[in-house]
Ligand binder design. Structure first.
Ligand code: BTN
Length: 246
């Protein structure tokens, strides 16, 4: 079931309501506009009417939350697959959840979970995906760092085709999420444009490092210059490339 809206605050908020009401895995929410689109680490996601795809999906993986550390990475690979299916263009991924094209942000992923206090198992996960489809201009604060699929491919993708492709790829991913974790992470490493780059880890004060690998739990493995690999977890920090957004 896909629930369509003209306007909502956030498709993730609406999908979370539906998940709490007991709607099953595979239930999706799509809106033409979000008035309070959200990103990772409390950031906002610019979501103007008719210009982007704003999509959230309910999953119900039956496991403890510690088994889902790679969920955002798995969603990123499935999203790249879907965009590639529909447009022929495969985006990159800036660790951990940004979709990238030509060193600019094409979209992003926000995953949210609820855990049962009695069983300690995941009750539901909502995976939210925002993709800039046809903007030719962005607000001043985004103009240097954001881009749209139309700018990259030269044509406006069909939002309905992209919604269907996302749904298919994400449901396939959900079947393999626990059984094929290392294969999924191998695909993520291939898509991740952060690897091999000099980056700034903002945690909370900025430190320069080289991004060397991504662990199977989604953590970024960096070298701060002393030759020792250190783990950076997505919940704590963001990273910036030294040249441009990615
Ligand atoms: C980020 O930039 O950190 C992630 C952005 C995720 C945006 C999508 S749009 C659909 C869903 N609803 C939201 O409020 N956020 C996600």
């Amino acid at each position: 079931m896909i629930e369509y809206h003209q306007s909502v605050d956030s498709t993730n908020n609406r999908a979370k309501e539906l998940a709490r009401d007991g709607m099953p895995e595979g239930t999706a929410v799509v809106s033409r506009e979000q008035t309070a689109g959200r990103g990772r680490l409390g950031r906002s996601f610019h979501s103007p009417e008719g210009q982007g795809l704003y999509f959230s999906l309910i999953l119900r993986p039956d496991c403890p939350p510690a088994r889902l550390m790679h969920l955002t990475c798995a969603v990123a690979v499935a999203t790249c697959d879907a965009v590639s299916d529909v447009t022929g263009f495969r985006p990159g991924v800036k660790w951990i959840n940004d979709l990238i094209a030509k060193n600019k942000k094409l979209g992003g992923i926000l995953t949210e979970l609820s855990v049962s206090p009695t069983t300690g198992l995941v009750e539901w996960a909502v995976v939210g995906i925002g993709i800039n489809l046809c903007q030719t201009e962005f607000p001043p604060e985004l103009s240097e760092i954001a881009c749209s699929l139309a700018q990259i491919t030269g044509s406006v993708p069909n939002p309905h085709q992209l919604t269907q492709a996302l749904l298919e790829r994400l449901m396939q991913m959900s079947q393999q999420l626990l059984s094929h974790q290392s294969d999924i992470m191998e695909c993520y490493r291939r898509d991740c444009v952060t690897l091999g780059k000099r980056i700034t880890v903002i945690s909370p004060e900025p430190r320069q490092a080289i991004a060397l690998d991504v662990a199977d739990d989604g953590a970024l493995l960096v070298d701060y210059g002393d030759g020792i690999l250190k783990k950076v977890n997505a919940g704590e920090v963001s990273v910036r490339g030294l040249m441009g957004y990615a």
